[in-house]
Design a protein around this ligand. Structure first.
Ligand SMILES: Cc1cc2nc3c(=O)[nH]c(=O)nc-3n(C[C@H](O)[C@H](O)[C@H](O)COP(=O)(O)O)c2cc1C
Length: 238
């Protein structure tokens, strides 16, 4: 618990509100597809709650698959990983963030390939437990989003959340949003859940920093519509 407070002690403060950083990791090859939409909505909600956010697109460049150094020698796997690739840059951004939202399309009942590569590569952050005594993901607040057109959302979400939690991240209640609808824009439950993903990640970060923060689900269709409008406008400008 002490380390949670240490890790959060560096956060800039504006008045009495924590200006935490939340990174959203987009694991869809379709940069402006449905997964991106729910992720942007979650990030917008986190911004609305006072966080800084950054969206990282996994398909921007190559993320090499993990080579399993840890299985050879437990001390050989360490941050920042042996590869000089885009994955290394993303690991650094995750290291610096207080919140992580992973978002993947459902590809055959699971996450997309680059998202799986990233999950495996996170091992170098987690394995610092064997080198420095604690996981570099410890105390970070995480959530996940999955989007498909048929079925498999739970497996994709489980893959992301179980991995993150096993590596030291903390999951807020209602830490997930998913859609399997034909039109994600008409999936009101998924849209509201995505807003809550952002709000709850932000709220728990502030709670862990000893400040006030909402950790209960907020059913607010008006706020959801407002944030969605902002996201759609922003998407047009891109
Ligand atoms: C290789 C591949 C596998 C897929 N497997 C599933 C699946 O198992 N379940 C599902 O619901 N949708 C599946 N889909 C459909 C996508 O998840 C769906 O089109 C999703 O909206 C894509 O997200 P995007 O709009 O961000 O690209 C698959 C699509 C592809 C290309």
């Amino acid at each position: 618990m002490l380390r949670v407070y240490l890790c959060l002690s560096d956060i800039d403060q504006r008045g009495d509100r924590v200006m935490a950083k939340v990174v959203g990791i987009l694991g869809s090859p379709r940069r402006y597809g449905d997964t991106q939409l729910l992720l942007r909505l979650a990030l917008r909600a986190a911004e609305h709650d006072g966080c800084q956010t950054e969206l990282i697109w996994l398909y921007e460049e190559e993320i090499k698959p993990c080579l399993g150094c840890v299985s050879e020698d437990v001390k050989a796997c360490r941050f920042p990983c042996i590869f000089e690739d885009y994955g290394k840059l993303i690991l650094q951004k995750i290291r610096e963030a207080e919140g992580i939202i992973l978002a993947s399309p459902i590809y055959w009942y699971n996450v997309s390939g680059p998202m799986k590569n990233l999950l495996d590569r996170l091992t170098c952050l987690e394995n610092m437990a064997h080198i420095e005594g604690y996981s570099y993901l410890e105390g970070k607040v995480a959530a996940a989003i999955a989007v498909g057109k048929d079925t498999g959302a739970m497996m994709a979400i489980s893959s992301m959340l179980l991995s993150l939690n096993s590596m030291g991240a903390i999951l807020p209640a209602w830490a997930m949003a998913y859609s399997q609808a034909a039109d994600v824009l008409k999936d009101e439950e998924a849209l509201m859940d995505a807003v809550n993903v952002g709000l709850l990640v932000s709220g728990l970060i502030r709670r862990l920093a000893g400040q006030e923060g909402r950790i209960m689900y907020l059913y607010d269709p008006k706020l959801c519509r407002q944030l969605l409008r902002e996201v759609l406008l922003e998407r047009k400008k891109d």
